[in-house]
Every structure is written in C-alpha cells, then in structure tokens.
Design a protein. Structure first.
Length: 122
C-alpha cells in the first residue's frame, strides 16, 4: 500500500510527527472532521478533540459520534510519530471503515499494540 493509497482511503486517518503536528490526512479524515488537507497539516492533533479530550470535534465545533485510537508509529523510535485512526460509531457497535487498510496496518506493525482509554487504562 502506497502513501497515496493511505491518503485516499475512506478510513479516517491522521499521521502526526513526534511533536503531535499533523503531517498526513486521509480523505476519510476530511469526511469525518471537515478539515481539508491544507487546513489541518501542521496543526496539533489536540485540535481534533474537545478541551478535556473526551470527544472528537468536527471543524464546526460540534461533537462527533465517533471513537479514535492513537498508535505510536515505532516502539523503538519515539521521533517516528503517531497514527490516529477514527471511525463513526454505529448502532451495532463499531465497524471498521476499511478492513483492508486495518489488516495492512497490523501487518506493518508486528509489535503488540496496546490501546488505552483517556484515563490510561487498557
């Protein structure tokens, strides 16, 4: 999967550098949050969340009925940055926006992934 495919995916993905500034923004992220690539690149990931970090916020300031996961791009190199994956909630739980992309991401990151909630619980 190329970087171009990553940007053009329907999944809501944002890649950030080690300082938390957005460096890559997918078409799915634009559809979810409302920011264009030009508007969001260079902005802090924190701009995508409410002040207390409990909700994702649309560009217009309204809360989104969605959830997100944040992954370090490398366990060995903290300067590698982060991947933020988000998806809308559905009535039957959460459904992956792009199963092919999700499989590819796990194949690229063979280390164990641990996902924490906002209170640092697994």
């Amino acid at each position: 999967m190329s970087a171009n495919a990553l940007v053009n995916t329907a999944a809501a993905l944002a890649v950030a550098d080690s300082s938390g500034r957005v460096t890559c923004w997918s078409a799915g992220a634009q559809a979810l949050w409302g920011y264009t690539l030009e508007e969001i690149v260079g902005s802090p990931l924190g701009d995508l969340f409410s002040a207390d970090g409990s909700a994702l916020l649309h560009r217009a300031g309204r809360p989104l009925d969605a959830q997100a996961q944040l992954y370090a791009l490398s366990n060995d190199d903290p300067s590698a940055g982060f991947l933020l994956m988000a998806q809308r909630r559905t009535g039957r739980g959460t459904r992956r926006a792009d199963d092919e992309l999700t499989r590819w991401l796990f194949e690229q990151h063979p280390s164990i992934l641990v996902i924490f909630d906002l209170e640092a619980r697994c």
